[in-house]
Design a protein. Structure first.
Ligand SMILES: Nc1ncnc2c1ncn2[C@@H]1O[C@H](COP(=O)(O)OP(=O)(O)OP(=O)(O)O)[C@@H](O)[C@H]1O
Length: 302
């Protein structure tokens, strides 16, 4: 497991990271979400040892990260680092050699990855001849070629078309399933919402929320119910203990006025009271919990 503990970093008098702590667990895809300039890249650079923190520490399986441990990490930097004039397979294998693979292993890993990333046909083309999306697939291959113990990827999905997103995702998921912790940054909510198991949200250099995706939904999203009846649901406005979030004739979305929403015993009782009141007035077409989207959580957490 990778543990980031109370890391702070300033550039001049600009405090870019402020007491940042979170874990990246084996076997999980952890999405690192934040607006431009929130501090994602700086955090990743510190994990990779490219940049030193002013205070705080990074540990791998409980120990400080040494150079030999770091050599086994896989990193896809924000400023993509491949050589435009070099052939795709040649340079991916070369990256494998830089990370200590034998020539034979570097070649076989490269071939397998290019196959998986659907780039095999472009193996002997120069990188610059590839579309931007394909260049990005090659970047992913370069980060993975040495079978890393940890994967840190800066915006790996940005600029990819939906098919390429699926291809890259399949490859990353396979690594995660093998027990590799995967941390990937993104400022695209929709991408992260679908792809991550765990989520770390950073805003202005501070972690504002972190945890399992479902757990965060429950913790941060305001729980609501949608009620659909057979006549106007305006009577909900007079019901004590709830607030009507939206009302459109027979269709309403309600949330508790105070406390922990509809979670817990009190919340459940309140839910049942709303349902009974609706049944007393006629037919109930639907009564369903509304799961908050990551978008709502993100807005609440920053
Ligand atoms: N070397 C540097 N010198 C001065 N300021 C820096 C340096 N590197 C980063 N910063 C500043 O630190 C802040 C965080 O930048 P960082 O690149 O970590 O954010 P980010 O979340 O990765 O954003 P983006 O999505 O735009 O890449 C920004 O205000 C940036 O201008």
């Amino acid at each position: 497991m990778l543990r980031i503990s109370t890391i702070s970093r300033s550039f001049g008098d600009h405090r870019v990271l402020d007491d940042v702590s979170f874990d990246v667990e084996p076997g999980r895809m952890t999405g690192f979400l934040g607006a431009n300039g929130a501090g994602k890249t700086t955090t990743m650079r510190i994990i990779l040892g490219v940049l030193a923190p002013d205070s705080g520490s990074v540990t791998w399986n409980g120990k400080p990260v040494t150079q030999s441990v770091r050599q086994r990490f896989g990193y896809m930097p924000e400023e993509r680092g491949l050589y435009p004039k070099m052939k795709v397979a040649e340079q991916i294998a070369w990256f494998g050699r830089l990370h200590g693979l034998s020539a034979a292993k570097a070649t076989s890993n490269t071939e397998k990855l290019l196959e998986q990333l659907e780039l095999a046909e472009r193996a002997d083309d120069k990188l610059e001849a590839l579309s931007l999306g394909n260049q990005q697939r090659a970047q992913v291959a370069a980060a993975l070629v040495h079978d890393p113990t940890l994967l840190i990827l800066d915006e790996p999905f940005s600029g990819l078309d939906p098919i390429a997103v699926e291809t890259v995702l399949r490859v990353l998921r396979e690594r995660a399933a093998d027990g590799v912790p995967v941390l990937f940054s993104s400022h695209q909510l929709a991408v992260v919402e679908r792809l991550c198991d765990d989520l770390v949200i950073i805003s202005g250099g501070r972690i504002t929320a972190s945890g399992g995706r479902e757990e965060l939904r429950e913790r941060y999203g305001t729980p609501r119910y949608e009620l659909v009846v057979d006549s106007d649901a305006g009577w909900l406005r007079d019901m004590p203990g709830i607030r009507v979030a939206t009302l459109d004739g027979p269709r309403a979305v309600v949330e508790p006025e105070f406390g922990n929403g509809f979670a817990g015993t009190d919340g459940e009782r309140l839910g049942q009271r709303i349902l009974r009141a609706a049944l007393e007035r006629g037919e109930v077409r639907a009564f369903t919990p509304v799961v908050p989207t990551l978008d709502e959580i993100f807005k609440e957490a920053i």
